[in-house]
Write a protein that binds this ligand. Sequence first.
Ligand SMILES: Nc1ncnc2c1ncn2[C@@H]1O[C@H](COP(=O)(O)OP(=O)(O)OP(=O)(O)O)[C@@H](O)[C@H]1O
Length: 268
Amino acid sequence: MPSGSVSISVRGARRVYPVKGGTDLIALDDVDLSVPAGSFVSVIGPSGCGKSTLLRLVAGLEEADRGDVRVCGVRPAEAAAAKMLGLVPQAPALLPWLTVLKNVTLPLRVNRAASRRRASAPGPSMEELLRKAGLQDAMHKLPSQLSGGMQQRTAIVRAFGLRPDVLLMDEPFSALDEFTRESLQEQLLDLWDELKATVLFVTHSVSEAVRLSDKIVVMAPRPGRITDIIDVRLPRPRRAELLKTPEFHHYEDLVRDRLRGAFQANAA
Ligand SMILES: Nc1ncnc2c1ncn2[C@@H]1O[C@H](COP(=O)(O)OP(=O)(O)OP(=O)(O)O)[C@@H](O)[C@H]1O
């Protein structure tokens, strides 16, 4: 995908869920979003504001009732079938009877589109990626022998290793303790920097959003909508020391201020 192009385009998207015997729930209303190729964009907002719904529309798991969603210029379902699109859910979803290495290489063995994509985008092998993610001693272990953080790292390596143009991540670190989370953020940024996928990342954590993102999309509920898009102009690489700087705190305060409005909309 040429630089300067848009990887994810959402135009006037609306998604309504019918409520039995009540008023329909507008999970997303008139959502417009352009995610530039190669950028890291986070989505943050109160529970129920439509973050996961937006991700599901972009993943092609659901269709918008109105509006248009494109991934690399095509419909999300097409992008997913061609493996241009990857998804990392909240739980790592590894097969318990396969080793870490076999888990990450499985899609390449069973899915022709996945192996074609990987062949067309040469780069580090899955073993190298596992080593970079600090999983060298875990390659031949079963998921049950790993900590939650290591399992999630495995799922992230699997997703990046398929070389998608676009990677969607739905709160992938929410079940982890703060220190594990910080170390995974660092590894995620290293992988992203090396493999150059466009990432759309859902989180509830302000500091996580600031550390990872080029842009932060703030959403509010009832109806689910985008209320702000904040450009994060912090230098990269963003190592742990950055989290203590006044510049970092400035962005945390800015996002919190904008979020406050979204939470007030929730309470109203
Ligand atoms: N399949 C569904 N059927 C009916 N209502 C749904 C469905 N999926 C989501 N909703 C509702 O749509 C709204 C948006 O849900 P969504 O999961 O996208 O929010 P979210 O911002 O991701 O929330 P959270 O932060 O709690 O994960 C919520 O009110 C939710 O209850």
